[in-house]
Design a protein around this ligand. Structure first.
Ligand SMILES: [Zn+2]
Length: 391
């Protein structure tokens, strides 16, 4: 899995609610062709019987094609971006995380077959450490509601957000939509997907092509891949989704088709969510490689080696600490058995260290207070970024 992605970007579109046109960067209607009927079993479609317009929005200098239906932009068929919601300025990916992995929710009383929601939530709670709690007065929450198709926003948007379920959406579809709400993009939107699958654009309905772009192509987003590509992910499209001619739209690299999973989170889905939400400790003997993340449980602080070799701690997307090794080939951070935390370059030379050798069972911990701390086996802090309580 996992693209995980996260992001959202979209939060920085401005609002188009009624009449005002207050484009973010710019906004044009490219064409108004109707979407063709979608007849893919198992595919999640937000508004299966409605025809939207395909619009191009420029975001961060990139053109983004989305489908607009009523007051929503629809991406990838079932990802909803509420048009009127978006007037906050860009959020980092961490802002789209549910703090401590707790998702507050309520259910519209008129929604039929609530059992599929209870079953999907139970599945998520059995397989991951994400918790689902009935909302009392929390400001950020998901409302499960009836409506057309199956759809969700990606990540925690802020305020009320929706998972919409028509009568046809199964428990498996609900597990998938909860995956979006938790922060997962579709598996085929990963930036490395072309190594594993072939997208047959010639077979895709003309107005659905944007559903098959990778998230960097569509969003210029800062998503991340938390576990290896998984064709069995519950977030993976089926091989015939959005086909215009009965031929597959996605195949494996060897041209073969595969089974779509809308039954359960796959093992890699589960691992990806764990790394995304609960990867806050680097234990003795473990390595953080360039491109990987460590993140605090509340998702606000994360630690990573940038492509320029700099080891950086971010808090709410702002740099709060760094190793000052930019310009080196540093590519891995090792929690050594002697208690020293060391950054190495591609020549296996240290480029930075915490100078804490001589301690046992040391762990690097990303705390919710914003501090990143090395603690010895006795719990004593032996090094820290001294960034506690930065808010
Ligand atoms: Zn989806």
């Amino acid at each position: 899995m996992k693209r995980v992605l996260v992001k959202i970007l979209f939060l920085s579109f401005v609002t188009f609610t009624s009449c005002e046109s207050e484009p973010i960067d710019s906004y044009t209607t490219e064409n108004t062709d109707n979407l063709q009927t979608v007849s893919n079993k198992n595919s999640e479609i937000a508004f299966p019987e409605k025809f939207g317009t395909i619009e191009t929005i420029t975001y961060n200098g990139k053109n983004l094609k989305v489908e607009r239906i009523e007051d929503n932009y629809i991406l990838d068929g079932d990802i909803i971006i509420p048009v009127k919601k978006v007037n906050q300025k860009a959020t980092g990916r961490t802002k789209n995380r549910w703090p401590r992995g707790v998702v507050f929710y309520n259910i519209q009383s008129t929604l039929t077959n609530k059992q599929r929601i209870f079953d999907a939530i139970k599945h998520w709670e059995q397989k991951t450490k994400i918790k689902f709690v009935r909302r009392s007065n929390q400001p950020n929450y998901v409302t499960f509601r009836s409506g057309s198709g199956c759809s969700s926003s990606v990540g925690m948007i802020g305020g009320q957000q929706f998972i919409t379920l028509s009568a046809a959406c199964s428990t498996g579809n609900t597990i998938h939509e909860i995956g979006h709400a938790v922060g997962l993009w579709h598996e085929q939107s990963r930036k490395d997907r072309d190594k594993f699958i072939t997208i047959n654009f010639n077979n895709i309905q003309d107005n659905a092509r944007f559903n098959f772009f990778s998230y960097p192509q569509i969003f210029n987003a800062d998503g991340n891949e938390y576990s290896p590509f998984d064709i069995g992910s519950i977030m993976m499209y089926g091989p015939y989704f959005f086909s215009k001619n009965g031929q597959p739209t996605i195949t494996r690299k060897n041209g073969s088709i595969y089974n779509v999973n809308r039954r359960a989170l796959s093992p890699k889905d589960i691992e990806g969510v764990r790394r995304m939400y609960f990867n806050d400790i680097l234990e003795t003997g473990r390595v953080l490689r360039k491109g990987q993340f460590l993140n605090s449980k509340d998702g606000r602080t994360y630690f990573r080696i940038l492509s320029n070799g700099n080891l950086v701690a971010f808090r709410d997307s702002k740099i709060v600490w760094q190793s000052k090794t930019a310009g080196t080939s540093s590519n891995r951070l090792v929690m050594q058995r002697n208690g020293n935390l060391v950054l190495y370059n591609t020549n296996n030379r240290p480029t930075w260290s915490s100078s804490t050798g001589g301690n046992n069972n040391v762990k690097l911990i990303l705390q919710n207070d914003g501090n990143i701390v090395l603690r010895s086996g006795t719990g004593k802090a032996i090094w820290s970024t001294k960034t506690a309580n930065i808010n």
